[in-house]
Ligand binder design. Structure first.
Ligand code: NAD
Ligand code: TYD
Length: 366
């Protein structure tokens, strides 16, 4: 029997991970520690709440004194998902990212060490590696980190603190880095749920710049399976990458969504680009394949069709999510962009060429 502490378990990936644990590890006990920020939603776990092996503790990873007792017996494994996770918000205000992703991670590392947690799993991202040019090979586990957004920099900082805790204090740590996830329960600020839910209401689809940025899209189930095997079988101190070898431009993803929903391309609006927009991510995952026997299983065609179907069947879930504070965020972030005239490549004089790994071929990945 393993006792798990999952931080950020009320968010998108954390809730999918907890569901996987409940289903696939029937003897294990799970505590979900989550602050329930704008992105945390206990509705994501309605089917899990009744399980006698699951408990929820509301708390901030940065303030362990407030939840230490509530967590109860020392967990064997701590899987750290809790984070501020959206690049655009980090551009708007980086401070919450430093508080949760950096200070929060260090505080949690100290707590884990004091408590005698056996394994600390840091759930990180491909974005710590920076941006690739069109012909660059994918990132690998040994690629240097070169984050470009405040979000990516905060996650890279956390990864370095995890490494330092392992080297300095001998804490048994594993770092996982994954490409862009999609699937059920994703908060509709991220590209796919935003486009799916806007298109379902015949709303505009705001594509940043020319939409030719490339991401390696992975289904959340594949990511969660990867985190599970890395937690159980990963080598201490090791980094494990997860990707799906499924590189797509943003435009291609939006067009796929439109086709699945039978909606017209006229909904697409090219809007001002994101500042410092990373041009391309792609993941190599040799260590995960060789050491963990992990491979992605869900194809983009299957996964995307299932995801669009999920948002169709769960309109109540996302209507409630979108009607709250997110509405205010959406208006603040998009009102001006959507008022400006649509152009073929977004903002004509800025953004696209200012993006990382942009077409001018400058090297931003090192
Ligand atoms: P999310 O924004 O959906 O969920 C984050 C969760 O963390 C929420 O439940 C929130 O309430 C909680 N949280 C935030 N601050 C907290 C704090 N101070 N204390 C306790 N809980 C707090 O994020 P997600 O997309 O599920 O991402 C989860 C993790 O996976 C993050 O660490 C992210 O960096 C990483 N990741 C995400 C992706 C992706 O594509 N979404 C890809 C690779 C890695
Ligand atoms: P996002 O889901 O925010 O993930 P990340 O920035 O972590 O990769 O965005 C995915 C891609 O989609 C990214 O290139 C930015 C782009 N994008 C848009 O074009 N329009 C949008 O409204 C959003 C949210 C993202």
């Amino acid at each position: 029997m393993t006792r798990w502490l999952v931080t950020g378990g009320a968010g998108f990936i954390g809730s999918n991970f907890i569901r996987l644990l409940v289903n696939e590890r029937p003897a294990d006990e799970i505590v979900n520690l989550d602050l329930l920020t704008y992105a945390g939603n206990l509705e994501n776990l309605v089917d899990v709440h009744e399980s006698p092996r699951y408990a929820f503790v509301k708390g901030d990873v940065s303030t362990p004194a407030e939840w230490d007792d509530a967590v109860g017996a020392t967990p064997d494994v701590l899987v750290h998902f809790a984070a501020e996770s959206h690049v655009d918000r980090s551009i708007d205000d980086a401070t919450p990212f430093l508080r949760t992703n950096v200070i929060g991670t260090q505080t949690l590392l100290d707590w884990a060490r004091r408590r005698g947690v056996r394994t600390f799993v840091q759930v990180s991202t491909d974005e710590v590696y920076g941006s690739l040019r069109p012909d660059d090979p994918p990132f690998v586990e040994t690629s240097p980190i070169a984050p470009n957004s405040p979000y990516a920099a905060s996650k890279a900082s956390a990864d370095l603190l995890v490494r330092a805790a392992a080297e300095t204090h001998g804490l048994r740590t594993v770092i996982t880095r994954c490409s862009n996830n999609y699937g059920p329960y994703q908060f509709p600020e991220k590209l796919l749920p935003l486009m799916i839910t806007n298109a379902m209401r015949d709303g505009e689809l705001p594509v940043y710049g020319d939409g030719q940025q490339v991401r390696d899209w992975i289904h959340v189930d594949d990511h969660c399976r990867g985190v599970l095997v890395a937690a159980e079988r990963g080598r201490p101190g090791q980094v494990y990458n997860f990707g799906a070898s499924s590189e797509q431009t943003n435009m291609s993803m939006v067009e796929r969504v439109l086709a699945l929903l039978d909606k017209p391309r006229t909904l697409i609006r090219h809007v001002e680009d994101r500042k410092g927009h990373d041009r391309r991510y792609a993941m190599g995952y040799d260590f995960s394949r060789a050491e963990l026997g992990w491979e992605p299983r869900v194809t983009l065609e299957q996964g995307l069709a299932a995801t669009v179907a999920w948002y169709r069947e769960n309109e109540e879930w996302w209507t409630r999510v979108k009607s709250g504070a997110y509405r205010e965020y959406y208006d603040r972030m998009y009102a001006e962009r959507l008022r400006a005239p649509s152009t073929a490549n977004g903002s004509a004089d800025e953004g696209v060429t200012g993006a990382h790994g942009a077409r001018d071929g400058d090297s931003d990945s090192q």
